[in-house]
Design a protein around this ligand. Structure first.
Ligand code: NAP
Length: 276
């Protein structure tokens, strides 16, 4: 029987997931489909009924449904609960299981593009304390690194995040950066700063050790001002597109039974759809 998968959102036309999964279906000659479906919030319960009837093997969930689906799933992975968002659904025997693969996407991207990145004893610094920061915090908790410092414009939000998620985490305002910089092995931007040419005016990359890895989860543009500045300082960088590609791997494997690879060809295909 043909296995069918989807991405649901509202609107949904912008999603690059059909391109990624469509490419893998072709590459592995799988008798399956992956379609973008626009589901308005009021229609979500009816869509879940279709899932329980077995119409789909599962699919992805994007804005604005990532939180709303919690109440509709039959079970949810504890890590998705900690992250506070479900981005992947898997249907088995008429039951819908919700999970979150963003943290795996983050780890997969760095493992592929900066092997050994988590071997050292250094601390990590996350900029931002929103939904994406939660996924990165969960990812870093799964590696035995040093402390994780969460720097946010609104200190209270950073404090609430580190209080909620168990681990060696500390909350700071942006003004803490100079005192922390020397001991940081990894800098992760999880805010939308970097889109439309924006950058952090307080972030003096010259204070970081020359071995520090800088990564951005913004991928439009692919080389954000933060990554360009880091490269100019001679620091290693990894862009955010790989996170999007790697987060798709576990879903495809669950729905279609084959573990796909993130290849340079797949990356080039998706990259061609991004602004330069
Ligand atoms: P969010 O929950 O709205 O959080 C936004 C964060 O950005 C907050 O910490 C906010 O600080 C900070 N921020 C916003 N504007 C700022 C400014 N002008 N100056 C300083 N800080 C600012 O958003 P999110 O869901 O975490 O998503 C953040 C970004 O990650 C989006 O661009 C999204 O597309 C991207 N993302 C990428 C991937 C991937 O696969 N690569 C996956 C998930 C998300 P305050 O708390 O002070 O407001």
């Amino acid at each position: 029987m043909t296995s069918k998968a989807f991405v649901i959102g509202h609107p949904i036309a912008h999603s690059r997931s059909p391109l990624i999964h469509g490419q893998w279906l072709k590459e592995h000659a799988i008798d399956g489909s992956y379609e973008a479906i626009d589901v308005a919030p009021a229609d979500l319960p009816a869509f879940f009924e279709r899932l329980r009837r077995g119409e789909f093997a599962g699919g992805n969930v994007t804005i604005p449904h990532k939180e709303a689906v919690f109440a509709l799933c039959d079970s949810v992975d504890p890590l998705a609960t900690t992250i506070g968002a479900v981005n992947t659904l898997v249907v088995r025997d008429g039951k819908v299981h919700g999970t979150n693969t963003d943290y795996l996407g983050f780890l997969g991207n760095l493992d592929a593009n900066a092997p050994g990145w988590s071997d050292g004893p250094n601390d990590a610094l996350i900029i931002g304390a929103g939904g994406a920061a939660r996924a990165v915090l969960v990812a870093l908790r799964r590696r035995d690194g040093g402390k994780v410092h969460v720097l946010n414009r609104t200190l209270e939000k950073a404090q609430a995040l580190v209080d909620e998620i168990d681990g060696p985490f500390e909350a700071h305002g942006f003004d803490a950066f100079p005192a922390l910089a020397r001991h940081i092995g990894l800098v992760v931007n999880t805010t939308s700063i970097g889109m439309h040419g924006s950058r952090f005016d307080w972030l003096d990359l010259g204070l970081l050790a020359e071995t520090t890895l800088v990564t951005d989860i913004v991928y439009t543009p692919l080389v954000t001002p933060l990554l360009a500045d880091a490269e100019a300082h001679g620091l290693k960088t990894v862009d955010g597109l790989g996170m999007l590609l790697h987060q798709a791997v576990p879903g495809f494997e669950a729905w279609f039974g084959t573990r796909p690879s993130v290849t340079p060809a797949l990356r080039a295909l998706v990259q061609a759809t991004l602004e330069p």
